[in-house]
Ligand binder design. Structure first.
Ligand code: CP
Ligand code: NVA
Length: 308
């Protein structure tokens, strides 16, 4: 069975009983000492992060992959369609199986209940890489970016104009916890759920909800928007009609403080929710934001692994 520097394991018919026993013994030894396989140096050396993507991604995928490697760990890139998940294996069973193999799981999945089900059934850390309900890693990077440019976000104001979506929800979650004012403008038909707003206010959050983007943006320290059609939305045409008045352009930016930052989680749709003059303008920090996904998530990973 020897073939140059490696040996194929193609079928048990390759081996006699003693050879199979030796392979099993080696497996047992490695199982009892999970450090048996030498990996890179760093705080997460020897750790493997499985990443499951039910939806496309550029930033989340690459920043987690590179971040894990830079911390000394390794990653597995999986898509639901390629796994037995795509043929109906349950999330719970998948969580239990993955927990036997990997040290943490990052998942992007539209159904937030399925994220919770994964976390309830896994015995390793699970990280939300975006659901229809929230995108917490993004807002960690966004806050990091704001503070690099303008100092503490505490007492500052952030305006959101456009759709109510997962990214906005995580901004709402952050506002009372990090003590900044959030000023939200959406069409009435796409307003954030009242219980989301009530919960933030109950925690002391200062949250304005309006349908007027100019009211939201007036005097603010940061203007944020996102795409009009999120992953999983199937009503693109009505969204474009409802949201065209919420575009971030120079006219809207001129209502904000003169040094107000512009943020967008990306990917952007230039000419829709934001004009190129704002995206590429002097107040835009969108590419710093993208880079900070890497740095913020290293903090998240280290925390998840108890390495911080
Ligand atoms: N902002 C963000 O999550 O981008 P991706 O969809 O490219 O991961
Ligand atoms: N709200 C967008 C964010 C993409 C990173 C979406 O859910 O598609």
């Amino acid at each position: 069975t020897a073939n140059g520097s490696y040996r194929n394991f193609l079928d048990l018919t390759q081996f006699d009983g003693d050879e199979l026993r030796a392979i099993l013994d080696t497996g047992r030894k490695i199982k009892s000492s999970r450090n048996g396989v030498r990996r890179g140096e760093g705080p997460l050396a020897g750790k493997v992060l499985a990443m499951i993507f039910e939806q496309p991604s550029t930033r989340t995928r690459i920043s987690f992959d590179v971040g894990m490697r830079e911390l000394g760990g390794e990653t597995l890139m999986l898509t639901g369609a390629e796994m037995q998940l795509g043929r109906g294996e349950t999330i719970a069973d998948t969580a239990k199986v993955l927990s036997r193999f990997v040290d943490a799981i990052m998942i992007r999945i539209l159904d937030h209940h399925e994220l919770n089900e994964l976390a309830e059934n896994a015995t390793v850390p699970v990280i939300n890489g975006l659901t229809k309900v929230s995108h917490p890693c993004q807002i960690m990077a966004d806050v990091m970016t704001f503070e690099e440019h303008r100092g503490s976000i505490k007492g500052k104001s952030v305006a959101w104009t456009g759709d109510n979506n997962n990214v906005l929800a995580s901004w709402v979650h952050a506002a009372p916890r990090l003590d900044f004012e959030l000023r939200i403008a959406t069409p009435a038909e796409l307003a954030p759920p009242q219980d989301l707003i009530d919960a933030a206010r109950a925690k002391g959050g200062s949250i304005l909800v309006t349908t007027d983007p100019y009211e939201a943006v007036k005097g603010t320290d940061c203007v944020v928007t996102d795409c009009w059609v999120s992953m999983g939305d199937d009503d693109a045409e009505s969204r474009h009609n409802l949201l065209s008045a919420y575009q971030v352009n120079n006219r809207l930016m001129s209502e904000a403080n003169s040094d107000a930052l512009f943020m967008h989680c990306l990917p952007a749709h230039r000419g829709e929710e934001v004009t190129s003059e704002v995206m590429d303008g002097p107040n835009s920090v969108v590419f710093d934001e993208a880079e900070n996904r890497l740095h913020a998530q290293k903090g998240i990973l280290a925390w998840c692994f108890g390495a911080s």
